[in-house]
Design a protein around this ligand. Structure first.
Ligand SMILES: *Cc1c(COP(=O)(O)O)cnc(C)c1O
Ligand code: SF4
Length: 338
């Protein structure tokens, strides 16, 4: 492990000093540049390498197959075309009523305030999503408010991404206050990978914003492997749990990263050490460029059965897929349901 002193550096500095050059990433990890086949550089032009140094610090030196590295390093296989792997697997472009919002599930309303992420995950279903044209402007709030009021079934707003925790506290506070002004909104969910890749994002100012809100706050982090959860990261997450904030984790089942029951069992126990409950285990969305992370339904089923057999029920994440047009995430169990 490399010590970047990231525990002392503020999160904004870390966010402005990401590793974006594949050659630098390999050098930091003491890997030879031959790890990068020419196609990988092309892949990194399509979806740029972006990774915080704090996350690089959790990778193993000299290991080209490190499960954290595989999630972020551009790969020539991303350029292959595969049947069924498309740019918009969830049909989100159609579902968009107005910029930056998605209302597909009855009680929950998804709000995208930024297209930016701290880390670019190679398997991400949003790698082709045209965010920048698709964000609410500050003055879109009256429209969003009118829409929410017209849909009284909505009681929860989800800040999603991009990654909402790349926004300043001031901006988050502004949106929280706006949502608090609507009595129908009871729950605020924040979906973010930042606490895993830049754990210093969870600082006192952020905690006090959450603590002082009348909304019930649920933070859903995204960690795929126990190695992402070093002691410092866990202690940061625990701070939120101590303040009565519900912290859940979602993971994606990824070939080469966490496609074994042992790795998934370790992940659940490690999350629980930090007070975080496993929530979802997503099967891969069939997004163009991510085929090399895919496993067959039969394999996934076998892995999940072993997870069920080896964990207490409360630490088993729900295995789900998002299917375009469905009213909720679809639970998978038994190959026939795939
Ligand atoms: C995943 C998702 C949600 C949240 O679903 P939960 O099952 O409540 O976690 C809400 N809206 C959209 C569009 C989603 O994709
Ligand atoms: S939206 Fe989440 S999964 Fe996708 S690149 Fe950003 S952090 Fe990674």
């Amino acid at each position: 492990m490399i010590n970047y002193l990231y525990q002392e550096q503020n999160w904004q500095t870390q966010l402005s000093n990401l590793v974006t050059d594949p050659a630098e990433l390999l050098e930091l990890l003491q890997l030879s540049p031959e790890q990068l086949l020419s196609g990988a550089l092309l892949a990194s032009k399509q979806f740029k390498l972006r990774v915080p140094r704090a996350f690089v610090g959790k990778m193993q030196l000299g290991n080209a197959f490190d499960p954290l590295l595989l999630q972020v390093l551009p790969h020539h296989l991303e350029l292959e075309e595969h049947e069924g792997f498309v740019t918009d697997p969830l049909g989100e472009e159609q579902a968009n009523q107005q910029p930056g919002v998605l209302h597909k599930y009855k009680s929950r309303f998804l709000l995208t305030l930024t297209g930016a992420c701290a880390v670019h995950c190679r398997y991400c279903f949003r790698r082709h999503f045209p965010y920048q044209e698709n964000l609410p402007k500050q003055d879109d709030w009256p429209n969003i408010r009118d829409y929410l009021v017209s849909q009284p079934d909505i009681n929860e707003v989800i800040l999603s991404g991009g990654d909402p925790l790349t926004l300043s506290d001031r901006k988050l506070q502004l949106w929280i206050e706006r949502l608090e002004s609507l009595p129908q909104i009871k729950f605020l969910r924040i979906h973010s990978r930042v606490p895993i890749v830049i754990p210093n994002r969870i600082n006192d100012a952020f905690i006090s914003i959450l603590k002082n809100s009348r909304l019930r706050i649920i933070l859903v982090v995204h960690s795929n492997h126990a190695s992402e959860l070093d002691d410092f990261t866990c202690s940061q997450l625990s701070k939120l749990v101590k303040e009565q904030i519900t912290v859940l984790n979602q993971a994606v089942l990824l070939k080469g990263v966490n496609d074994s029951a042992d790795v998934l069992v370790d992940l659940s126990y490690r999350l629980f050490d930090a007070g975080v409950m496993p929530y979802y285990l997503h099967v891969l969305d069939k997004v163009k460029g991510a085929h090399h992370f895919d496993r067959s339904p039969q394999d996934i089923d076998d892995i999940y059965k072993a997870v069920l057999a080896n964990l207490p029920g409360y630490l088993v994440p729900k295995l789900v897929r998002e299917i375009a047009g469905e009213k909720n995430k679809t639970p998978l169990f038994g190959v026939s349901t795939f």
